[in-house]
Design a binder for this molecule. Structure first.
Ligand SMILES: [Ca+2]
Ligand SMILES: [Ca+2]
Length: 207
């Protein structure tokens, strides 16, 4: 009896979710409903730590204005309409991804470090242009020739971090949250030679 009741309730629940979920927005998963608010202040970390953190987000999707991913190497909300924060998809956007990967704090006057869980849904206070101009206490500008890994190249519209520098070919391996169609990952990019892009740096790494 109980088992039958439970099965019936479960079937009803699944049917209800299908009815509610499908017509309202078949394009998205409401991934962010499963996100959390786990963060804590942390001692400074190394650039290598930050690169490892960032790499977890590769293949996890892209969400304009977003900021959480689950680390399963699958984009759980592909194909959302672009530049719509209401799609609630998985992944960060370019500036939010940088903010989390640089272990920054939301208080713009506080330069120190904070761990943000992958599944913490946070974007941070900075747009790409803010990083380009060194806005915020943790951030500064740097000559592109002096950049090293986990510095970034930023334009007024986009920012990508240096996964590894390859100055010989003017084509660095960049880790970035690129766009809805391309997702988050590492790609060879020529931002170093593009005058729209400036060097951006997070200060106070442990090494
Ligand atoms: Ca995922
Ligand atoms: Ca998406």
């Amino acid at each position: 009896m109980r088992r039958g009741l439970a099965t019936g309730l479960l079937a009803g629940l699944v049917l209800g979710l299908l009815v509610i979920g499908t017509p309202a927005g078949a394009y998205h998963t409401r991934f962010q409903w499963g996100c959390n608010d786990t963060f804590y202040n942390h001692d400074p970390v190394t650039r290598a730590d930050a690169r490892d953190y960032a790499y977890v987000a590769a293949a996890e999707g892209y969400q304009w204005g977003g900021g959480c991913w689950n680390g399963n190497n699958v984009d759980d909300s592909p194909g959302d309409p672009p530049q719509d924060p209401n799609t609630l998809g998985e992944g960060g956007d370019c500036s939010g991804f940088t903010f989390k990967s640089w272990w920054e704090r939301a208080e713009t006057g506080d330069p120190w470090f904070r761990y943000h869980a992958w599944m913490q849904n946070v974007h941070g206070p900075y747009a790409a242009a803010d990083f380009k101009y060194g806005t915020g206490a943790p951030n500064t500008t740097v000559a592109k020739a002096n950049t090293v890994y986990m510095d970034a190249f930023a334009s007024t519209y986009h920012i990508g971090m240096i996964y590894w520098a390859n100055t010989a070919y003017n084509e660095d391996r960049i880790i970035e949250a690129k766009c809805e169609a391309c997702g988050t990952g590492t790609w060879p990019r020529t931002y170093r030679g593009n005058p729209d892009y400036s060097g951006a740096r997070r200060l106070y790494w442990a090494g």
